[in-house]
Ligand binder design. Structure first.
Ligand code: ZN
Length: 491
């Protein structure tokens, strides 16, 4: 199906690389800490000196298993390491230790939330490999020297390869956001794209429908150098349109041109097709002779699976079924992480109405956390205090403006009741007093009363508004409504 308003369908498969949160590298004891002085976190193993032997970091492997299980992959009982041969200055061994034909996991999926509802993206494989170092090129145009920092060489890197199931730039964004949420929630990676702990390459082409129900596919381009999730979305939109326009001119289809690589230029907001893509055979993979294969027992897999806890997709489904929230509201809550969802659920448990609790949590609470750069655990209003506020609002018919003022006062540590007393908010709920005010308002608004009598029920709002002004917004609204209708019958 093409998207409305477009003449083609975008097809995207993503290859995501994620640095795992281990203290030390994958095959040596060097630190993985970001931002250390260049080349200070290195040793003969990660520098690729001759005669040294790698030793697998068991912790990294366990974290990788956890990620693969969270992505619904099947775990292989037997897996091995392979050498991927290539030479770049940032890879002093001349090969990268990776996994080729027997990755530790295969065949999973990830459910993502889109505007059109929940969608499933299949995962081909998740494997583990070591990261390369970083080349630093002098871009001043002066000396022209390039330097290399090998601190990153050997950092455990998880590669997550999706099927080309992603059908729009927006879905690509949703998929990456979901991976980031999942891996952060499980404390497997900090997923900072700016620091390079989450990186993404995208394979993209477009399908252009023909008159007879068939379609033409354009040659696939692999887009690299995507430094933010927003950049991925922009690059996909640009590249899809570029391929469509190129197809209009050349008519070249998939298979008629070799697969190309393109870099994304974020400043110019365009892709640049660079060079022919290496084929797998160019890397001359062969089994890594210095490392033993890894076996994983079914019991261990089940232990890890049991320890995953509730994952975001399941959590969203539960928030909808258990609390009657919309898919959108469940998504907003879930994106804030488990502790935030736990706070929301405590408010509900303490008696707060779920929809109201969700509104307060995702509006005022979230805004306060962002403004004050606080985590939910440091938020000054306890779940039961917020539940009290919600109950007070309902019982006293407090309007939104007044409720926000009470909330503001509660941020200093007051209970809802104390905050209202402090602000001098005394709700007018005395029937006699309110009836008196209503009668006077009716007398002063003859036109509105006449309109109401003619069947314009909205006209009653003007009279109600006068009463609310008279009480500075503190009249109990449902009581005013009830008494006003009674008095209007008599008027
Ligand atoms: Zn090292």
């Amino acid at each position: 199906m093409t998207h409305p308003g477009t003449a083609y369908r975008t097809v995207i498969g993503l290859e995501v690389h994620v640095q795992l949160l281990t203290r030390t590298k994958l095959f040596c004891g060097c630190s993985t800490q970001f931002g250390l002085p260049p080349n200070s976190a290195t040793c003969p193993v990660c520098l690729g000196m001759p005669g040294v032997l790698p030793v697998m970091n068991r912790r990294a492997f366990e974290l990788a298993l956890k990620a693969a299980l969270a992505l619904n992959c099947k775990i292989a009982p037997f897996t091995k390491w392979d050498r991927k041969n290539y030479y770049y200055p940032d890879l002093p061994k001349n090969y990268q230790i990776s996994q080729y034909d027997l990755p530790f996991s295969l065949g999973g999926w990830l459910d993502i939330e889109t505007l059109a509802g929940s969608r499933r993206v299949r995962i081909i494989r998740v494997h583990l490999e070591e990261d390369a170092g970083k080349s630093l090129h002098d871009e001043s145009g002066g000396g022209g020297h390039s330097r290399v920092d090998l601190n990153r060489a050997g950092t455990p890197l998880l590669e997550i390869v999706s099927e080309p199931d992603i059908t729009s730039p927006e879905e690509a964004r949703a998929y990456l956001e979901e991976i980031r949420l999942l891996l952060r929630e499980l404390e497997l990676s900090d997923c900072e794209m700016q620091e390079g702990s989450l990186r993404c390459d995208a394979n993209v082409n477009v399908h252009i429908p023909g008159p007879d129900g068939s379609f033409a596919a354009t040659p696939i381009v692999e887009v690299k150098n995507l430094n933010s999730i927003a950049a991925v979305e922009r690059a996909m939109r640009y590249e899809a349109q570029r391929q469509f326009e190129e197809f209009q001119k050349t008519g070249k289809k998939l298979g008629e041109m070799p697969k190309a690589t393109a870099g994304w230029d974020e400043d110019k907001r365009m892709t640049r097709v660079q060079r022919r893509k290496e084929e797998a055979s160019d890397y001359r993979y062969f089994p890594e002779p210095d490392l033993v294969p890894v076996t994983v027992s079914a019991e261990r897999v089940e232990e890890i699976r049991a320890g995953l806890g509730e994952l975001p997709a399941a959590q969203r489904a539960r928030l909808q079924s258990q609390h009657g929230l919309s898919g959108y509201d469940a998504g907003v809550l879930s994106r804030q992480g488990r502790s935030f969802v736990a706070y929301f659920e405590q408010v509900v448990q303490k008696g707060g109405d779920a929809k109201e609790a969700c509104n307060w949590a995702t509006n005022e609470v979230l805004q306060t956390l962002n403004e004050r750069k606080l985590a939910i655990k440091d938020f000054p209003i306890s779940a039961s205090a917020l539940a009290d506020l919600i109950a007070e609002i309902k019982a006293k018919g407090l309007n939104k403006q007044r409720a926000r003022e009470v909330y503001g006062e509660m941020l200093t540590g007051s209970t809802a009741k104390d905050a209202m007393a402090k602000l001098g908010f005394k709700v007018v709920a005395d029937e006699g007093q309110l009836r008196d005010l209503i009668r006077r308002a009716i007398a002063a608004n003859a036109k509105a009363v006449a309109d109401f009598k003619k069947g314009k029920t909205k006209a009653a709002d003007a009279i109600k508004g006068a009463v609310m002004r008279e009480t500075k917004g503190m009249a109990k609204t449902d009581l005013v409504q009830k008494l006003l209708l009674e008095e209007l019958q008599k008027a």
